[in-house]
Design a protein. Structure first.
Length: 637
């Protein structure tokens, strides 16, 4: 058989070890062998991996998948990566068109005789080398590439996640952890120093075009900034990832990879395995956050095709993960689908959740602080939008060249940018930026809206302006690339039937119609304006904070005085944390207004802040009823 088979003959000659099929490899009790998989499944990959972990063997798998011949990784006891997770990641990286989750999926393929010797040489190189290396030979192209599998997110075979429990968040965010000394942060960005997060370090830890977890990095030259997208592997039909803007592609790629790392950790559990499943009625307020406090969707939309949720009752069994209440200094559980925004397909969800409140930082406190800034930004924006509260107009800063450049760039495209102070009782500076089109052509999108929030008002201004002008400049390219999404005939019915607004693109697109402009009437583009230093005099007068933990605790105490609890869930993926020193956290503030997409998933019922705070701030004449609000689909990008 070997003599008639070029691949097996070459493997025998080159490696000098037995060449086995999967059945033979599963009988091997010790020693080394090459395993040839002609027709195989992910179940076969799992069996071989488990066998190697339990026996003193070294197996080098050589398998085919169409025109590809994949060699490695080495399967042996103690390995932190295996054939099962390697092939899952390779197939998931290809995208949703591959049914990688199907038990019936079978793969097969053989290299042409011309490449049998090459595959054998590569297999031999792995026997005494690094077990994490994988070689991929593309026989149709006559090319090969080398990849290194990093342990990522846990594998049920070679690296099962430890169970979640009450001690997990306490170890990260408890009083003892918060008292640990931290280096001073940059007083404007509030970022702590980290020498491990250069572009090369981030690429080395995250990027691989075959195995991910970041599998594609794209540059966009038509944007207002150097724009980079870093797409992550998670095996869905839709693509998602991190997006970075910067003055050059090096800095924008760094930001994109940061955001990709945050996305990977916040989509589904990658650090600890969820084990708590119970109804809230069993847990009670001493052990868990009451889902009602999170804002439930309108019952009128239950059962709608666009609804992502099921009706909530205290007896509904949910999955829970443990977070730490910074307000009460104790463990409290939150629904898993609130902590993560893409976990456990098929499990019931009572609210729609996105990446709202996720933060990445060089320490847990920094990650939590940035997550809290995002909660403040969304709360301030949605409060102004749904309550239609007039906001004080801000002048465009005259001492920020980047903001001036962005505003000029929008003007060249025919848009006037105006800024508004949306800061509410959170007292975290929040800015809304509106870009309105001036004049012709009539078919141009009429308005874009964005927001920014940060401890320093100038950073909030810069963030909001960058976001809105990016949308202005990219609009031309989006309309050209996806004209059906921006077709007036598709969008106009959404004005009268907002339940047709289902996606982020729908939210933005419907609000660019001329007919939607009256929705922005509460923001007067010609009203009196003020310099940001007038509204936040302390920001430029007092010395900036250089202690992230102190600033986090100061903000938590301020929210506690409003009756708001801050809960933070550690989400860090272990290899990203250990290799790069980067931490991810999800911040949940029950009672705040959460960002949602899909109008039927809107969460405004039961959140009294939406009704009461605008009145307390003097932005509304009285406290309205919920049914008096103009709940148009928001335009948040």
């Amino acid at each position: 058989m070997t003599g008639a088979d070029p691949l097996r003959r070459a493997l025998v000659e080159e490696t000098s070890v037995p060449v086995l099929d999967p059945a033979g490899a599963l009988r091997l009790a010790e020693g080394a062998a090459v395993v040839v998989l002609d027709s195989w499944s992910l179940g076969t990959a799992e069996e071989l991996s488990r066998h190697a972990l339990r026996h003193p063997v070294s197996l080098v798998p050589v398998r085919g998948d169409g025109a590809l011949t994949v060699v490695g990784p080495v399967l042996r006891p103690g390995a932190r990566r295996c054939l099962a997770c390697g092939e899952y990641r390779r197939l998931a990286t290809i995208g949703g068109r591959v049914p990688w989750h199907s038990a019936g999926l079978r793969l097969e393929g053989r290299p042409s005789p011309a490449f049998a010797d090459a595959a054998a040489v590569l297999a031999a190189s792995l026997l005494d080398g690094d077990g994490a290396v994988v070689h991929v030979v593309h026989t149709a192209r006559g090319t090969w590439s080398t990849h290194r599998l990093a342990p990522m997110g846990g594998c049920a075979v070679c690296g099962p996640l430890p169970p979640d429990g009450p001690g997990v968040p306490e170890a990260v965010f408890g009083p003892d952890a918060r008292r640990a000394p931290r280096p001073s942060c940059d007083p404007v960005s509030l970022r702590e120093p980290n020498a491990r997060t250069g572009v090369a370090d981030l690429r080395g830890a995250l990027f691989d075009d075959r195995f991910g977890p970041v599998h594609q990095i794209l540059r966009t030259e038509e944007s207002v900034h150097s724009l980079t997208s870093a797409y992550v592997t998670y095996g869905r039909h839709t693509r998602d990832g991190g997006y970075g803007r910067g003055p050059d592609f090096g800095s924008s790629e760094r930001v994109a990879l940061f955001e990709a790392a945050e996305r990977l950790a916040s989509m589904s559990p990658t650090g600890h395995r969820t084990v708590l499943r119970a109804p809230y009625a069993e847990l009670g307020p001493e052990r868990a956050v009451d889902p009602v406090r999170l804002g439930l969707p309108d019952p009128a939309h239950h059962g709608h095709p666009a609804s992502a949720t099921v009706p909530y009752t205290p007896d509904l069994e949910l999955d829970w993960v443990h977070g730490w209440s910074l307000t009460r200094d104790r463990t409290t559980a939150v629904p898993e689908h609130v902590a993560y925004w893409d976990p456990s397909p098929g499990r019931p969800r009572v609210v729609y959740e996105c990446s709202n409140g996720c933060g990445l930082g060089n320490s847990p406190a920094e990650a939590a602080l940035y997550g809290l800034f995002e909660v403040a930004e969304r709360d301030a924006f949605l409060m102004a939008w749904y309550a239609r509260t007039p906001l004080r107009r801000l002048s465009v800063p005259d001492d920020d060249p980047e903001v001036a450049h962005l505003v000029d760039r929008a003007a060249l495209a025919g848009y006037r940018v105006t800024l508004f102070d949306a800061t509410n009782d959170f007292q975290v500076p929040a800015v809304v930026a509106v870009a309105r089109h001036r004049g012709r052509p009539a078919a141009a999108p009429r308005a874009f809206v964005a927001a920014g929030s940060h401890h320093h008002p100038s950073a909030a201004v810069r963030s909001a302006v960058a976001e809105v002008v990016t949308n202005v400049v990219n609009a031309v390219h989006r309309h050209r690339a996806e004209p059906e999404l921006f077709d007036r005939r598709r969008l106009l019915p959404m004005l009268e039937r907002p339940e047709r607004v289902r996606t982020l693109t729908d939210h933005v697109a419907v609000n660019t119609l001329p007919e939607a402009l009256p929705r922005l009437d509460f923001l007067d583009p010609d009203g009196p304006e003020a310099d940001w230093r007038e509204l936040w005099p302390g920001a430029s007068a007092r010395p900036p904070s250089t202690d992230v933990t102190a600033l986090l605790e100061e903000t938590v105490a301020r929210l506690a005085a409003l009756g708001l609890e801050v809960v933070v869930v550690p989400l860090s993926e272990s290899s990203v944390r250990d290799r790069l020193g980067l931490h991810t956290a999800k911040v949940v503030v029950p009672g705040s207004l959460p960002m949602t997409f899909g109008h039927v998933n809107r969460r405004t019922l039961g959140l009294e802040r939406l009704l009461e705070v605008p009145f307390r701030l003097g932005r509304a004449a009285r406290v309205p009823r919920h049914d008096e609000l103009a709940l148009h689909p928001h335009p948040f990008p």
